[in-house]
Structure formats: structure tokens, C-alpha cells
Design a protein around this ligand. Structure first.
Ligand code: ASP
Length: 306
């Protein structure tokens, strides 16, 4: 399963942008299918799928990241392995084209779960990551979106560039995520984001926090969230979903229904998630009008939609 953000997405109805989003999601899903069919692991699959979404500038991650209050990119990402419960995460990083790949190296090669800012960049340098220049991220759309947010002193979520949002009326989020179950029954999850438009310098959202914006445990499910990050941190939503399966013995679809109701009830949270459970059943739920997402369940047909 993959997602490309939740929100109102009013601006993508009936126009070529909608097609563009769905094509992006579909091709990433097919790529994931090929990896899994050829025996690739869930971890490998979510890393590659998230990387492709990071490379696509229509999504708010990697190349398409939104800009902070200083007009700069600060990205967050995390990846988690359901077999080992190992995770790797980065927060507040710049100049790295694929933050999810750096998160994967942190998972595999460091004794830590999360590295931030210049420490993460130093680690990237040690592992021979290429550094891309600032202008790699500065598309004209992103600059225009940021200028409007900055001028009106508002913070917002990516997909709200039509009507820039504040805490009460924000309606669109653009993070990317992937979850997968491989033929051995291993689960994995990945989430990557530029965060929120015009966010404070140094703000970190839910995406790199294990248990908030991402979680995977072979005994329960793999989850990737998108939406107003603070709501997902306050409810530890990804881990809550896992706990509903672990301790309440719900299946994935039932946990998804309870989890989304919990997000709404507790904090009036805005956003959604994708979830694949240990049996390979796919669920998606959101409190926003829409969420760009898709899945291939048990190797069957590809579903893509809002
Ligand atoms: N959850 C992300 C954040 O708060 C934003 C998003 O999903 O678009 O940083």
C-alpha cells in the first residue's frame, strides 16, 4: 500500500492533476509488486516505493518538499522493520534527495533509531550519500506556496495551496508512505515528508516518530500516517493501531475503524493512514475529505483512488 497525503484535495478534482497523482501512485504500486513477486523483502519494498514518491515533485517529500518559515526545506522520514522492531529515522534534514534511504542506513548500520539535522548529515557523509543543492527542492510551485503562507503568516499542509490553512481550517496534507507484507509474512512501513508549509524552523512532525506516523510489527500490522502531525503524536496513532490488534485481538480492518474514530474523538485529528495487517489485508481510513492512496491486496488487482 502507498499514500501521497490526505486532505481536501479540492483542487485535483476533474483535472489533469488528479490523473497525475493517481499515475504516480499506480506506478509506484506496480514497482512494489515487482519487488515482492521477485522475492524482495517488505523492508526493501517500502524503502524503494517511498524513494520513488520522494523523487516525484508532486508529493511533499524529497524533491517536492514544502518550505519552512525561512523558505528552506527540512525533511523528516522513518522506516521500520516488523520482524525485528528495528527502526531508522531522520528529522530536520536538508540536501539529501532520499531521506528514507538515509533512515534505512541508520536502521541497518547505527546503534540508534533517530539522527537529526547536522548529525544526520554527518552520518550521511560518512556513508557516502550525495548532497544535492538547495535549488533541487525549490520548484516554482513550492516557492509560490511558501510566499503566500509567509505573507499571510500562516502555517499549512501541503495540499492546501489553494486556500492556505491554519490550525483550524487546514485541510490537505502531502506526506508519502508505504507499507508492505512480503511472502515470508514480514511487515515493514516507511513515511517521508517535508512537513507543513511555513512550519517553524526546527519543527518535527509525526512522520519520523516510531509509533506516531509510522509503525510495523509482524505480530500486528504495518502503518504509515499522513495529516496534521501534532494530532498523530498526541494520540501515538500508529502504535495505537498496532495495540488494537495486539491487545484487543482485532483484525486490521476493525482496528482501522476504531483507530480513526479514536483520532477524531480524542483530538479532532485530521489526516489518515494506510495499514496492512499480519494476514495481508489492506485498510485505509481518514478524517479528511480525501487521501491519495492505493493498494495491491494478496497480489491481486491494483486499487488507486482518493
Ligand atoms: N504528517 C506530516 C507532518 O505533520 C504532514 C503530512 O502528512 O503532510 O509533518
Amino acid at each position: 500500500m502507498v499514500h501521497g497525503g490526505a486532505g481536501a484535495l479540492d483542487n485535483v478534482n476533474n483535472d489533469k492533476e488528479a490523473v497525475r497523482y493517481l499515475e504516480g501512485i499506480r506506478s509506484v504500486l506496480e514497482h512494489g509488486r515487482r519487488i515482492l513477486e521477485s522475492g524482495g523483502s517488505a523492508l526493501e519494498t517500502v524503502e524503494q516505493c517511498a524513494s520513488l514518491l520522494e523523487d516525484d515533485p508532486v508529493f511533499n517529500a524529497g524533491a517536492g518538499s514544502v518550505l519552512n518559515e525561512d523558505g528552506k526545506v527540512e525533511m523528516d522520514a522513518a522506516i521500520m522493520c516488523g520482524a525485528s522492531l528495528k527502526g531508522g529515522a531522520v528529522a530536520g534534514i536538508t540536501n539529501i534527495a532520499n531521506p528514507i534511504q538515509l533512515a534505512r542506513v541508520i536502521l541497518a548500520e547505527s546503534e540508534h533509531v533517530m539522527l537529526i539535522g547536522s548529525g544526520a548529515q554527518r552520518f550521511a557523509d560518512h556513508w557516502n550519500f550525495d548532497f544535492v543543492p538547495d535549488h533541487y527542492f525549490l520548484t516554482s510551485d513550492r516557492v509560490a506556496q511558501w510566499e503566500e503562507a509567509h505573507r499571510t503568516h500562516r502555517m499549512g499542509l501541503d495540499h492546501d495551496d489553494v486556500e492556505l490553512l491554519d490550525r483550524m481550517n487546514s485541510d490537505k496534507y502531502g506526506t508519502v508512505g508505504a507499507v508492505a507484507r512480503d511472502s515470508k509474512g514480514n511487515l515493514a512501513a516507511a513515511t517521508s515528508t517535508g512537513g507543513i508549509v511555513n512550519k517553524r524552523y526546527g519543527r518535527v512532525g509525526d512522520s519520523p516518530i516510531l509509533g506516531a506516523g509510522v509503525y510495523a510489527d509482524n505480530d500486528t500490522c504495518a502503518v504509515s500516517c499522513t495529516g496534521f502531525g501534532e494530532d498523530f503524536m498526541r494520540t501515538a496513532l500508529a502504535k495505537t493501531l498496532s495495540d488494537l490488534i495486539e491487545f484487543k485481538t482485532l483484525d486490521g480492518p476493525a482496528a482501522a475503524r476504531e483507530g480513526i474514530a479514536y483520532l477524531a474523538r480524542k483530538v479532532n485529528g485530521r489526516g489518515g493512514f494506510i495499514l496492512v495487517d499480519k494476514q495481508g489485508y489492506c485498510s485505509a481510513a481518514y478524517t479528511t475529505k480525501k487521501m491519495i492512496h492505493g493498494w495491491i491486496e494478496h497480489g491481486g488487482q491494483t486499487f488507486c483512488g482518493f
